[in-house]
Design a protein around this ligand. Sequence first.
Ligand SMILES: [Mn+2]
Length: 335
Amino acid sequence: MNIFLKFSKKIRNIFFGKERYKGIKDAEVLIISHNDVDGIAAASIIRRKYPNSYLITTSPRKLDEVFKAINVEKKKIFIADLSPNESQIKSLEKSLSKLVSKGCEITWIDHHSWPKQNLELISNYVKLVISNTYSASELVYKTLEINDGISKKLVDIANDADEAKYMLEDTININKALRNKRRSKAIFDILSEGKFDDERILKWSREAENNESKIIEYAKNVRYLYTNAGRKFAVLDMRKKDLPGNLVAKHAIQLHDLDFAIVIYSNRSVSLYRGKDNEIDLLSVARIFNGGGHPFACGCYLRLSLKSRFLSKVLGKKYLPEEIKQLIEYAKKVL
Ligand SMILES: [Mn+2]
C-alpha cells in the first residue's frame, strides 16, 4: 500500500510538474524569481525588456527542485532575488551545467550576500550580478539598462518592501495580494504592464485582510491543553476550515503562549509546530507516526488501519481516526 502510494504520488508529481510549466517551451526568456514583492517586481522589469518571458516563482528552499524540474534548451534564463542554500549547491551546479550544455545563457541577479565559494562555483556557469542594493529589482533595472517610468516605479515599490518600510500604498497592497501564491503569475502580468491601480490587486489585498481577521478570530478561541510535563499545547482541527493551518498555529501559539500546536489537516495528515520552547523536539513524535521535517516543524502522513480507512471513507471529516488520537496522547506523554 505504502509503496503504491509513494509511486502514485511520484506519477502525480510528474504530471503536475508538466502542467505547471505549460507554455515554457514557447517563451524566449525564462525567469526564475523569488515569490515575494521584490522578486515579482524584478521579474516584471525583466519582462518589460523581454515581453515573451515565462515566469517561475519559488523560494530559496525550493530552488533546487525547480532546477531539477525544468527541461529547456537554447533559452535566455534570468534568476532574480534568490540565493542558493549551502546544501543545494552541488546539485544546483549539476543543473546549471546541464542547462549551459543545452545552449542556455543564464544571468543570475541577486542582492543577498553570497558565501565566496558559492560565488566562484556558480560563476563558472552563469553571468553573476551580485551587489548589496536595497532590492534585486534595483539591480535588475541597472543591469538591463532599462529606462522607463514603469520599471522605475517597480524599483521604488521593491525598495520599499525590502527595506521593510511599507510607505507606499502599492507595496502594501501587492504584498497582501501575494500572500496567496497562486496569484503570483497574474500579479506579474499586471505589474509588467504597469497597471498599478488594477482593481484585482485591491480585491486580493482585501481578501487577504479578511482572511487574516478570520485566522486571528479562530486562533483566539482555541482551547488549550497540557502535557504530562506541564507544557501548554492546542489541537487545531482544520479539516472543516478553509484556513491556512500553519498561520492559525502561529497565531494560536502567540495568543495563548503555547509550547506547541498540533494541526490536523486531514484524516491522515497531521503537523506539529513549535512555540516559544526551543528545547522541544517535535520530530521525536512525528517520526513515530510516519513523519519527518524539523524539530520545530514537522508533518506526519499517518498509516491508517483498515477500520480507520473504512470509517474515514464513510464518515469523512466527521470521523477522527484512532491514529490521530494516539498521536495526541503520545505527544501528551512524551513532550
Ligand atoms: Mn529581495
